[in-house]
Ligand binder design. Structure first.
Ligand SMILES: [Zn+2]
Length: 385
């Protein structure tokens, strides 16, 4: 029993009581959150299997090749683009018994332990509730007082490091100030400015980029047997997050997208009352609201694009409706509608009441069509229910 880990408790709950991930219990969680970039199957976790992060992989490979891997790294970017998978691939490469160049063999005992989440020197810390708490970092410090259990390097992966509260951040800073021998600490965060400057300055920063639409669509076609049209539509909406695209229920999602786009396409034909009911329905599901607003943005972008470069339309399966809407609206009117959706996204991000924000948006979308011209001349606005 080392580092304060009590095996029975850990194995039963998957955590050591301080939110520290138990290696033996990571098996099922390992590939769920950020497994997108691994296209060849969940048992492959090498640099070569990571999609769309060539620059990050090149930097890390160079460090590995020259045996100059720094002791602390921070991987930044949105969820689902391969930060965690890369951190684990790096842990695997560092400990592989049969490494060729910078490539782990994927088969030796050490590689298998990392893949199954059972490597005692690959420790993953995740938030417990909304935050990574002081107790978790204290528990980690306790473990780091001992040498690695196996011969290789110890790798600590702190997921969502931006969720460390002030106390946890200060405790982490102490670890970074006196890094233990043969230990590498990898933080993942949305952006480097979300971390304490004193923490960020002690880590080498590697940015992970959103994955191109075409690459995500290819993976969706290969792994989820989606048709090209569905895969592309899903790839666009997930904004570069392969993890999100892979975890989405494509059929359910496409049916819902159809519903949102049909409603937004018919916004000028619906009564204010009907639009308010639509606003209420959208506001009632916070989990999908962000996506719905993104869908509307792509819709009005397409309506605008249709006037200039119709070949660049994203929602190709709605081409006829988009062409119709484009003929009905002037460029100014479309820009007003785009601004209305954008203002709603900002308002909701700033914690405005979603239903009220959406109702205002619906009025702006409808007015833009029927009264756009008279509005610009300062005429009074009348809305029929
Ligand atoms: Zn190996």
């Amino acid at each position: 029993m080392r580092g304060g880990l009590r095996k029975g408790k850990i194995l039963a709950k998957g955590y050591d009581g301080h939110g520290m991930r138990c290696p033996a219990a990571t098996k099922f969680l390992l590939f769920q959150r950020e497994n997108g970039p691994d296209v060849r199957g969940s048992n492959v976790m090498t640099f070569q299997s990571i999609i769309g992060q060539e620059r990050a992989i090149r930097l890390l490979s160079r460090m590995l090749h020259n045996d100059r891997l720094v002791h602390a790294l921070v991987f930044t970017g949105i969820d689902g683009i391969g930060r965690q998978t890369t951190a684990k691939a790096l842990a695997m490469a560092l400990n592989c018994a049969n490494r060729v160049g910078v490539s782990a063999c994927n088969e030796c005992r050490s590689c298998q332990k990392v893949i199954s989440g059972n490597h005692p020197d690959v420790i993953i810390v995740e938030r417990s509730g909304a935050f990574i708490k002081i107790d978790q970092v204290r528990s980690l410090r306790q473990q780091l007082r001992f040498a690695p259990l196996e011969r290789g390097r110890r790798v600590i992966i702190i997921n969502d490091a931006q969720t460390m509260n002030a106390e946890a951040s200060n405790a982490m800073l102490k670890i970074l100030e006196e890094p233990p021998k043969d230990t590498h600490i990898i933080l993942t965060a949305s952006q480097v400015t979300d971390l304490l400057p004193t923490i960020a300055s002690r880590c080498q920063h590697i940015g992970f980029r959103p994955i191109p639409v075409a690459k995500i669509a290819d993976v969706l076609v290969a792994k989820k047997n989606l048709d090209q049209e569905t895969a592309t539509a899903l790839a666009i909406l997930t904004k570069g997050s392969l993890g999100r695209a892979l975890s989405a229920d494509a059929n359910k999602w496409m049916a819902w997208r159809k519903q949102v786009l049909e409603r937004v396409g018919a916004v000028s034909k619906e009564s204010t009352q009907e639009l308010f009911v639509f606003a209420e329905a959208l506001a009632s599901d916070k989990a999908t609201l962000e996506d719905a607003l993104d869908m509307m943005t792509t819709w009005f972008r397409d309506v605008l694009m249709c006037k200039f470069q119709p070949e660049k339309i994203l929602n190709g399966d709605f081409m006829e409706n988009i062409q119709g809407a484009s003929k009905e609206c002037s460029v100014d009117e479309i820009l007003e509608k785009l601004a209305a959706v954008s203002a709603t996204q900002s308002a909701i991000l700033k914690r405005a009441n979603p239903r009220l924000a959406l109702e205002v948006m619906m009025v702006r979308l409808r007015v833009g069509n029927r009264w756009g011209n008279s509005l610009s001349k300062g005429a009074p606005v009348g809305l029929k229910g």
